[in-house]
Design a protein around this ligand. Structure first.
Ligand code: AMP
Ligand code: ZN
Length: 112
């Protein structure tokens, strides 16, 4: 499958890994929007949040279980933001479900 994040997970394209487990892979965003900007993805290809269903939601749950572990590892004791962009209107550019973990400074209130 011609998917950038599948290739990153497979190690075919380099990334800076920050966390991995059986279901989850996390790496630094190449164009960071905050001092900490990590992308957390399910290893299994899910195209977007709009493709989440009962058959793959365990992988999504695993992503969210990883969030506080990665936040702790990254020193985000003062809080952080988790963002998903979905589809055209959500400005999703990579069609493999991913959650942005942003922190390390006070983030802007507005995001819409
Ligand atoms: P989105 O706009 O939500 O689809 O986010 C895609 C994110 O992937 C953007 O923040 C990009 O900076 C990031 N990105 C694109 N290519 C790479 C790459 N090779 N390694 C790490 N992050 C990437
Ligand atoms: Zn993929």
């Amino acid at each position: 499958m011609d998917c950038l994040f599948c290739k990153i997970i497979a190690g075919e394209i380099p990334s800076t890994k920050v966390y991995e487990d059986e279901r989850v892979f996390a790496f630094r965003d190449i164009n960071p929007q905050a001092p900490v900007h990590v992308l957390i993805v399910p290893r299994r290809h899910i195209a977007s949040a709009d493709a989440i269903d009962a058959g793959n939601s365990a992988d999504v749950a695993a992503v969210f279980e990883a969030v506080p572990k990665i936040a702790k590892q990254e020193g985000l004791a003062n809080g952080y933001r988790v963002i998903n962009n979905c589809g055209e209107d959500g400005c999703q550019t990579v069609k493999h479900l991913h959650f942005h973990l942003l922190g390390g400074r006070k983030l802007p209130e507005q995001m819409g």
